[in-house]
Write a protein of this length. Structure first.
Length: 198
């Protein structure tokens, strides 16, 4: 299949993006603050494929320069803007197969933030436990709380008390890991039981 190239919007005549997810410089942008690029060696003006770099979030990014100003762009966004129509003006781009470095147009789709998140959870690319660890929290199924001589995980306490696990975790963090205030607000009826009418 022949590689197709299109000008990058805002960088016409300087850079192009292909349907293979590659970026090339077709002319050297003047980064010499007023000095002529005619004195530069020939290799600056040839069609050069740019390598880019891998960002911490796993997405490939590229530096584009114009009028002495460099700016970094996600490669998948440049590909989508050039090759994929966006009639609904959706703000985000989803990698359909979950591979962040696969920037071919057939693997990209415009989406909303909600659609992007749902796709990530549905395909196992993201999970709540991972987010908790990333934010410095421990997932509710491995956080233990002792109250009235009973020790359970937050998840288990949630099932016992009918208080959402997220609420328990938030209260636990708010009161410096002291959860008794929250649990004491629920009338304790017996072992492993709280009133469901409250």
């Amino acid at each position: 299949m022949e590689e197709k190239w299109k000008d990058i919007k805002g960088y016409e005549g300087l850079y192009q993006v292909s349907d293979w997810g590659r970026i090339k410089r077709i002319k050297y942008a003047n980064n010499l603050k007023g000095k002529s690029t005619n004195k530069l060696p020939d290799f600056f003006n040839c069609n050069k494929i740019l390598k880019g770099f891998l960002a911490e979030n796993g997405y490939k990014r590229i530096m584009l320069c114009k009028n002495g100003i460099g700016k970094r762009y996600p490669v998948h966004r440049l590909v989508a803007q050039a090759f994929i129509p966006n009639p609904l003006n959706k703000p985000q781009i989803n990698h359909i197969n979950g591979i962040k470095t696969d920037n071919r147009p057939e693997n990209l789709e415009w989406c909303t933030a909600s659609e992007n998140q749902k796709h990530a959870y549905k395909n196992g690319l993201k999970n709540n436990s991972a987010n908790c660890f990333k934010k410095g929290h421990v997932p509710s199924n491995i956080q233990y709380i002792t109250f009235n001589n009973e020790t359970h995980t937050i998840k288990e306490w949630s099932e016992i008390t009918h208080i959402k696990a997220g609420t328990l975790m938030a209260r636990k963090n708010k009161y410096n890991w002291d959860i008794e205030r929250m649990l004491s607000e629920k009338p304790y009826i017996g072992k492993n039981q709280f009133s469901k009418n409250i």
